[in-house]
Ligand binder design. Structure first.
Ligand code: ATR
Length: 276
């Protein structure tokens, strides 16, 4: 029997997820497939019914369905509830179980590339307050980051964000204009860009990072291009950097494990394959 899995989104044709899952299926000699399932919003419910009746084992969820898929799942676990989005669904006994593996992906990417990095020794500055930022903040809280400074162009969205995390003590907001401020940059241990700025076709992030402490780590979750202007600048001035592609690779691991019972590894060969 072929185990059927895939990616639900709109559009999906650009996705690198099939490369990742097909690599692991081959490596572990599992007869399975990972299909791209393009579902515009109005067809999502019907499309998911079809996956259920076609005996899919599960599927990943991407833009624009990560939030709307929640109400179509029969069960959504606590982690996905607190992130406010589902990116992985497992189908068992005809029921849809939703979870979210993005916070795991974010943390594991940094741990893989900088194993000695200690999240708990200082504040983190998070740029952006969208869905990706929610997964990142969830990961930072799990790693005992003592202070998380959220900085978003639209202040009201940052305020909403704070409410989602129940105004947790670790989180505070600063104005977008203060992103390069000395008082902020000189104290932080970690800087993460979760906005779409720097992505191929988008404008780059306009931010002077000269005040950043030399020991601070810079992570961009944008992975196309791999070396964003922010990461280039950080590397040039001697800061450690972590590219975004590993978050995509690592978020796929628990999904694969849920569907196939094996937690696969991110090998150098796979990293190179997906980074092309
Ligand atoms: P995702 O789910 O990938 O995080 P999103 O929810 O659309 O996507 O969030 C995109 C983030 O990029 C938001 O924080 C957005 O800021 P606003 O809340 O002000 O829209 C940020 N962003 C996008 N374009 C931006 C720009 N030109 N300048 C600053 N921030 C930008």
């Amino acid at each position: 029997m072929t185990v059927m899995t895939g990616l639900v989104g709109h559009p999906v044709s650009h996705s690198r997820s099939p490369l990742i899952h097909e690599y692991w299926l081959k490596e572990h000699q599992i007869r399975g497939c990972y299909n791209l399932v393009d579902l515009p919003c109005e067809t999502l419910q019907h499309g998911l019914e079809k996956l259920r009746s076609d005996d899919y084992r599960g599927f990943n969820v991407t833009v624009p369905h990560k939030v709307s898929v929640m109400r179509l799942c029969d069960h959504v676990d606590d982690l996905a509830q607190s992130i406010g989005a589902v990116n992985t669904v497992t189908i068992s006994g005809g029921q849809l179980y939703g979870t979210n593996t993005d916070s795991f992906g974010f943390v594991q990417n940094i741990k893989e590339l900088i194993p000695t990095f200690d999240f708990s020794i200082g504040p983190a500055l998070v740029l952006g307050a969208g869905g990706a930022a929610r997964a990142v903040v969830q990961g930072l809280l799990e790693q005992d980051v003592p202070e998380i400074i959220l900085c978003n162009r639209t202040l009201s969205k940052a305020t909403e964000f704070l409410k989602l995390f129940n105004n947790t003590n670790e989180l505070r907001i600063i104005d977008w204009q203060l992103r390069a401020d000395y008082q902020v940059l000189s104290r932080i241990n970690l800087l993460i860009n979760t906005t779409s700025l720097g992505m191929t076709g988008k404008s780059s992030l306009d931010m002077d990072i000269t005040h950043l402490h030399r020991d601070a780590l810079v992570n961009d979750i944008v992975y196309a291009p791999l070396m964003t202007p922010l990461l280039q600048k950080a590397q040039m001035q001697g800061n450690r950097i972590v590219t975004g592609i590993g978050m995509l690779l690592h978020q796929a691991r628990p999904a694969f494990q849920k569907w196939h019972g094996i937690l696969p590894e991110v090998t150098t060969e796979l990293r190179n394959l997906v980074s092309k």
